[in-house]
Design a protein around this ligand. Structure first.
Ligand code: ZN
Length: 270
């Protein structure tokens, strides 16, 4: 989804913390509905949420419960550091037309844009998966894991070459999905479940397409664990090679991942 409205923050006094799309295309009340519900200041503007020490302060009516932690983590990730405020008024820009909002520009946009798929929150934040794997999966879907291409974006001077195949630049999608090393792992799993499909170009698309339809109850539980577990195994192998100079072949990784699904992988209903 592109940002239809862009807000330039200056004083922060005209921008609603929860209701305006100032940090992402989606207002924060939709990003974190559970946090919005327990926030004591739902109508506040940005200045109400920034302390004198230039830190965020979100007043909550009670302590966070475990299911809400992922939402507060997402809010803190999206809002990043508090903006530096000035005396000028905040400005709103309509990104489809430089002259400002028009019904025609919105109609043209909606006519030509396929609807976005849902963000795969339930697949990522699965209570049966250790939190560090969920967090890594979430970061990968956001395309933010510390692959060499992302380190370069942060200003590091590096030669970018995939640690697993040495044949392509390392990006999240290449490392976790399309590297021929990783493909061998996926190719060993998917046919066992009757799956055969071409790989999407991003981890987000991959996660959005990971459907558990047609599986038995137990099969669904297992199927939903696979992306996070495989991504984590590939990431650990990548780090072993990057930082310890050690390498394991895919057969070893497949065996480790296979232990969890042995005897369970044929749960799919016909
Ligand atoms: Zn590779």
């Amino acid at each position: 989804m592109i940002k239809l409205i862009t807000i330039s923050i200056h004083s922060g006094e005209l921008t609603s913390f929860w209701f305006d799309p100032w940090a992402s295309p989606k207002p924060l009340r939709y990003t974190a509905p559970a946090i919005f519900k327990i926030c004591e200041n739902k109508a506040g503007n940005l200045t109400d949420f920034i302390t004198q020490d230039q830190e965020w302060s979100i007043p909550l009516s009670r302590d966070l419960r475990p299911p809400e932690i992922s939402q507060i983590a997402e809010v803190l990730y999206v809002i990043n550091s508090p903006p530096l405020l000035s005396q000028d008024q905040d400005e709103i820009h309509w990104s489809l037309n430089l002259k400002g909002f028009s019904v025609k520009s919105l109609y043209d946009y909606q006519s030509n844009t396929p609807s976005d798929q849902e963000f795969p929150t339930n697949l990522i934040w699965n209570h049966m998966i250790p939190p560090k794997l969920c967090f890594f999966f979430w970061t990968a879907v956001l395309d933010k894991i510390l692959t060499l291409n992302n380190l370069k974006k942060r200003g590091h001077q590096l030669a970018n070459c995939c640690f697993l195949c040495s044949r392509a630049e390392e990006t999240p999608a290449h490392l976790l999905l399309n590297c021929h090393y990783s493909r061998r792992i996926w190719d060993s799993i998917l046919p066992n479940f009757g799956w055969c499909w071409s790989f999407p170009s991003s981890v987000l698309q991959f996660a959005q397409g990971w459907s558990a339809k047609g599986f038995s109850k137990l099969g669904k539980l297992i199927w939903k664990l696979i992306p996070a577990v495989v991504f984590w195994a590939i990431w650990c192998e990548r780090n072993r090679r990057a930082f310890e100079g050690k390498a394991k072949n895919t057969l070893h990784l497949q065996t480790r991942e296979g232990k969890g699904r042995e005897g369970k992988g044929r749960e799919r209903k016909n």
